[in-house]
Design a protein around this ligand. Structure first.
Ligand SMILES: Cc1ncc(COP(=O)(O)O)c(C=O)c1O
Length: 323
């Protein structure tokens, strides 16, 4: 197994905790949580795990400026900005949305971390990202493009190694359930399952994509990740389990299921999940438990991927607080 170069940005291993009160409240199986919201850097989350390898890759190219793109409340962008600072680099973020009068939540943290923000529309984001890269290059800033969500084979490899970390903690759940969006976390976990012999199943709750095409993309990314790690495995689409029943009103639209999940996690376990990603995945987990999808004897691990700063965005705060 190849060990990719990395820079240390996180506090690993992240803890695995029991969620007995949530499990009792739902009448469900044993529930565990893997706390990747505690990866540590600037409120943590799953992207910091990936960025340890992506920043090392950037440094391998003698880069001095990280450039990436995302939505206005992107956790990936916030963690990229913090990672750049910790590695002594600059960061430019191409954000889709209206520039806010007063930045809040993740965008507030982007500004605090000294990232340069470029605003664009969702339709023009890709083009603006290329243009921003070319300008930075022409200005002699040695830019490096971090892919959307950090979801290249290098980024996904972090989650293959994360399976090794979990097994090393003596944890062998029957299921891993988590939020999936750009696919790198899922591709990495699926690759790690095969590479390190994890026997359980890896189930992504889709945040914003329908399962068919998305599953095909994740399959390719998982395969490419095993190739990168010098251990090519022909992962098939049937191994990539994606549930798209919880897309609700679309990306970043918090509905009643997410709101209920945020309340249940907070009030039974003192755990915070976010309105966009982990709240949606938690809502899926809760619904699947209620439907009896898991066996009572199963152990189900919710892989918490972070995202809590979005809880502070005004548009969510008001709705979350109405009982
Ligand atoms: C909090 C959180 N959870 C989950 C995800 C999804 O991870 P991935 O993009 O690797 O599918 C993201 C992506 O932005 C995220 O911010």
């Amino acid at each position: 197994m190849k060990e990719l170069p990395k820079v240390t940005l996180t506090h690993l291993p992240t803890p695995v905790d029991e969620m007995p009160r949530l499990s009792a409240a739902l009448g469900g199986p044993r529930l565990l949580v893997k706390r990747d919201d505690l990866t540590g850097l600037a409120f943590g989350g799953n992207k910091t795990r990936k960025l340890e390898y992506l920043v090392a890759e950037a440094q391998g190219h003698s880069a001095r400026t990280l450039i990436t793109a995302g939505a206005i409340q992107s956790n990936h962008c916030r963690q990229t900005a913090a990672s750049a600072r910790k590695a002594g680099m600059d960061c430019i973020l191409v954000l889709s949305g209206e520039p806010p009068e007063m930045p809040e939540a993740n965008t507030y943290l982007d500004v605090l971390l000294g990232a340069e923000l470029v605003w664009t529309s969702l339709d023009e984001r890709g083009e603006m990202l290329n243009q921003t890269y070319l300008e930075a290059e022409a200005d002699g800033r040695s830019p490096f493009l971090i892919p959307y969500g950090g979801s290249s084979p290098v980024g996904a490899a972090a989650y293959a190694y994360a399976i090794r970390e979990m097994l090393g903690q003596g944890v062998q759940p029957d299921w891993i359930v988590f939020a999936t969006s750009s696919g790198g976390t899922q591709a990495g976990l699926a690759a790690g399952k095969r590479l390190f012999g994890y026997q359980g199943l890896v189930l992504g709750i889709s945040v914003d994509e329908e399962a068919g095409k998305f599953g095909a993309m994740v399959t390719e990314l998982a395969k490419d990740t095993t190739i990168l790690l010098n251990n090519a495995i022909n992962i098939t689409k049937s191994e990539i389990l994606v549930n798209d029943d919880y897309l609700g009103g679309g990306y970043a639209v918090m509905g009643e299921p997410e709101r209920e999940a945020i309340h249940l996690f907070a009030r039974h376990e003192g755990l915070l999940v976010d309105p966009v990603y982990t709240g949606r995945a938690a809502a899926g987990l809760i619904d699947l438990v209620r439907k009896g999808f898991f066996k009572k004897s199963d152990t189900v691990l919710f892989w918490h991927t972070g995202g809590q700063p979005a809880l502070f965005a005004e548009k969510y705060r008001k709705t979350i607080l109405t009982d």
